[in-house]
Design a protein. Structure first.
Length: 265
C-alpha cells in the first residue's frame, strides 16, 4: 500500500512539474495569431519603425517579411487584414493596413489618413485616401464587402464619407479576437507623442462605463483610467513614461477590445 501511495505521489509530482505554464517565446512587438486559408495558423506582428509585417510559423521560425510601404512623412498605424484569398485569387498573401501623418496649419494642425491593400511582392492592389477605419462587413449569406470610413480634416466642417468595395473572398479574422465583442473604435493623436496624447474612443451604446488600460511591451500595466459614455476621449500625459512603444485597450463587462499602439518619444 505504501509503495502504491509513493508511486502515486511521484506521478502527481511529475504532472505538477510539467503541467505549469511556461514562457515559450518573447516578441518585441505586439503579436497576434491568424489562420490563413491554405497556410494554416501563423503568428504575425507589425513593426512600425521598419514599416513591416513579419509572419512566423507556429515554431516561431520566420515565415515571411512583408513591406508595408507608406507615403513619405506618414507613419504605419494599423495592420487590419492578412489573407491569401480575401482580395484576389492568386497564391500570394495580401495585407490591408492604414497609415497617417500630422500636418501643421498655423497654430493648430490636423491628421491625414490613408489605407492600402498590397501583396507580399510589393504591388499595390488598392489605395484608399482618407481611410482610417476599414472593416469587412457581412452583407449576405456568404457575401462580404469592405467598408472604408474616410475623413478629411483639412476643411471645415470636416468631410466624412464611406467607400464600399466588393470582396472576391471571405475575410480572414485574427484567430485571437474572432470570438471577441465588436471592435471599439480607437484613435490616438498626436502619435508619436512626447507630452500629451489624446486617446479617442467610442463605447457601444449599451456600455455606460469602462476601463482604459495602457501597457508597456512586457505586458505591465502602466496607466489606468475609468471612462464613460459621456465623453469620447481622454487627454493622457505621457511625459512620465519612458520613450518607447505602448499598447492600450478598453475593458468592459469582462470583455476586452483589440489593443492599439502608441509611441512615446
Amino acid at each position: 500500500m505504501k509503495q502504491i501511495l509513493s508511486t502515486l505521489i511521484l506521478v502527481f509530482s511529475i504532472v505538477a512539474l510539467y503541467g505549469q505554464i511556461t514562457l515559450q517565446k518573447t516578441y518585441n512587438y505586439s503579436t497576434s495569431v491568424i489562420k490563413l486559408e491554405t497556410q494554416g495558423y501563423k503568428y504575425y506582428l507589425m513593426d512600425v519603425p521598419a514599416s513591416q509585417c513579419r509572419i512566423y510559423n507556429m515554431d516561431h521560425s520566420l515565415f515571411k517579411t512583408i513591406s508595408c510601404s507608406v507615403p513619405s512623412g506618414y507613419y504605419l498605424f494599423d495592420l487590419k487584414y492578412i489573407s491569401e484569398k480575401m482580395f484576389n485569387a492568386d497564391a500570394q498573401i495580401e495585407l490591408l493596413y492604414t497609415y497617417y501623418k500630422y500636418v501643421t496649419s498655423g497654430n493648430t494642425g490636423y491628421y491625414v489618413y490613408g489605407s492600402k491593400i498590397a501583396s507580399e511582392s510589393g504591388s499595390t492592389l488598392t489605395t484608399i485616401d482618407g481611410a482610417l477605419y476599414v472593416y469587412a462587413n457581412q452583407t449576405g449569406t456568404s457575401e462580404y464587402k469592405l467598408f472604408a470610413y474616410c475623413y478629411d480634416y483639412s476643411v471645415s466642417p470636416e468631410k466624412v464619407w464611406t467607400n464600399i468595395y466588393n470582396l472576391p473572398g471571405i475575410p480572414v479574422f485574427s484567430a485571437s479576437i474572432s470570438d471577441q465583442p465588436q471592435d471599439i473604435l480607437l484613435n490616438a493623436w498626436p502619435n508619436p507623442a512626447s507630452e500629451v496624447i489624446r486617446l479617442e474612443y467610442e463605447l457601444p451604446a449599451s456600455v455606460k462605463s469602462a476601463s482604459l488600460n495602457v501597457y508597456d511591451t512586457s505586458g505591465r500595466k502602466v496607466k489606468n483610467f475609468l471612462i464613460d459614455n459621456h465623453s469620447d476621449h481622454i487627454a493622457m500625459n505621457v511625459s512620465d513614461l519612458a520613450a518607447g512603444t505602448y499598447l492600450y485597450n478598453i475593458e468592459y463587462n469582462h470583455q476586452q477590445s483589440v489593443s492599439k499602439k502608441i509611441v512615446v518619444r
